[in-house]
Design a protein around this ligand. Structure first.
Ligand code: SF4
Length: 456
């Protein structure tokens, strides 16, 4: 047995250990062997045993922490290649590139764009998380650029992209307290780079001309005892970059080779070569496989909406459906004469229905009760979207104070609930809506017309 003879088995078992949190050493060891507990939790391990076991039981892909405070993010730590196998744990982060060759106007525009594109979607903040600050030859301008971005108060972590050690030393002084990424270790400078970052254990970006050289370079860095790395699979063409990214992740997770067990950084801006739409397409590709940081030329809504939504879909637990908050949503500026439409809190259903109501231009109160995050028929079958739960929600939500209209439209697929809801909700007229969302705009316009005619 691989662990036999190591110090861990010579220790006396204790109950409810306050250090490791397990009742016995054996229980702790079993968890460590399964990769579910960190060996360093036991303070009684000898340094030698700790070193041997840490390597043997380390997860196949390292988790790195970058940034500070509200801009702190975890990268890597994945255990599976595909979302459907388990779930992916640390979402990729988007960066916007700044260089010292950019004029003030360009830098300020990018800062303003980062501030502007910051919104909440299904409870998650959608924004650029990293400012990638690239040195392109003018030290004075580079230092000024870092100060400008730092003083702009955009909420980001920093990645310094620079291969010149002397320039880096000065640049690091400005953002050292922010736990930045330092990118630019290559086969010529890696020793100095490690020397520069090891005291603060900063994440070090590693680049090479091809995958074989990258592998050798990581091995050389390992020999220096440094293991806080981010790998760059980027190439000039998308096919090679994608192949590299997939190879790196497969080698780490399938073959357990920890030389490639690190997060990655992909420069989508460089591959796309000033083509904004190509940049979105390439970034989508690496959001799915396997860019941990994806660098964009800039951010705007045409980039953000597809990329952030894709990331949210990929990095949510497939076992847990995405839900919107149960409440009353006003759509198209409803007033005291507007009817109420009810559907479930499954995010996909909400967005489709809300979109179709917007398309109809009919003012409407959209009621979203707690339906367990399921679609309409599933929620109904699971007992989460029934006559009593809908009518209780309508009573408790206070919508009857927001509108005098007592028409409640329900999804056509649960027409069977009409009688039950009317019994529980005296004074309300339950109207059976459409089976499909796409039929809603016409249905709502006709319904609104009928209401107006009846009133007249
Ligand atoms: Fe055993 Fe170490 Fe846990 Fe104490 S901390 S119970 S010695 S494994």
């Amino acid at each position: 047995m691989a662990l036999k003879g190591l110090d861990i088995f010579k220790l006396s078992p204790k109950k409810n250990c306050k250090d490791c949190g397990f009742p016995t050493c054996m229980a702790f060891s079993m968890k460590v062997a399964a990769g579910a507990a960190e060996i360093s939790k036991c303070p009684h391990m000898s340094d030698e045993a700790l070193a041997k076991l840490s390597d043997a039981t380390a997860p196949p892909m390292k988790t790195l922490t970058i940034g500070k405070g509200e801009n702190e993010y975890k990268l890597g730590g994945e255990t599976v290649l595909f979302r459907h196998e388990k779930s992916l744990v640390n979402r990729n982060r988007f960066a916007v590139l700044f260089t010292d060759s950019m004029d003030d106007e360009t830098v300020n525009n990018k800062i303003e764009n980062i501030k502007k594109v910051d919104y909440i979607r299904i409870g998650e903040e959608m924004k650029v998380e990293i400012a990638a600050l690239k040195y392109s030859g003018n030290k004075e301008n580079y230092i000024k650029l870092i100060n400008t971005v730092k003083n702009s108060e955009i909420k980001v972590a920093y990645m310094l992209i620079c291969e010149d050690i002397d320039v880096l030393k000065e640049a690091l002084e400005i953002v050292k307290g922010e736990n930045p990424i330092v990118y630019g270790a290559n086969k010529e400078n890696y020793k100095e780079m490690v020397e520069l970052v090891k005291a603060d254990k900063l994440a070090l970006g590693v680049k090479a001309d091809n995958l074989e050289e990258l592998y050798s370079l990581v091995e050389d860095i390992h020999k220096l005892g440094y293991k806080e790395l981010i790998l760059d699979p980027t190439s000039n063409n998308v096919k090679e970059a994608f192949t590299n990214a997939v190879q790196i992740r497969r080698i780490a997770l399938k073959e357990g080779d920890r030389a490639f067990g690190y997060p990655s950084v992909v420069f989508a801006n460089e591959i796309a070569k000033d083509d904004k739409y190509m940049e979105v397409a390439i970034s989508s590709l690496f959001t799915v496989k396997y860019g941990s940081i994806i660098v964009l030329d800039d951010i705007d809504y045409s980039r953000a909406l597809p990329l952030f939504a894709l990331r949210q879909n990929i990095y949510t637990d497939p076992q847990r459906p995405m839900r919107v908050e149960p409440k009353i949503y006003p759509i198209n500026n409803p007033d005291e004469n507007s009817p109420v439409l009810v559907t479930v809190d499954f995010a996909l259903t909400y967005f489709i229905i809300a979109g179709e109501i917007e398309r109809s231009k009919v003012p409407m109160w959209l009621a979203i009760p707690d339906a367990g995050g399921y679609s309409v028929l599933t929620a109904w079958a699971a007992g989460k979207f029934g006559g009593s739960s809908i009518s209780n929600f309508i009573k408790e939500s206070g919508v009857s104070e927001q509108t005098k209209c007592r028409k409640l439209i329900i999804p056509g697929k649960v027409a069977v609930l009409k009688g039950d809801i009317e019994d529980n909700l005296p004074g309300w007229d339950v109207v059976i809506g459409t089976n499909e969302a796409m039929e809603l705009p016409k249905f709502l316009r006709d319904f609104n017309e009928e209401l107006r005619t009846a009133k007249a």
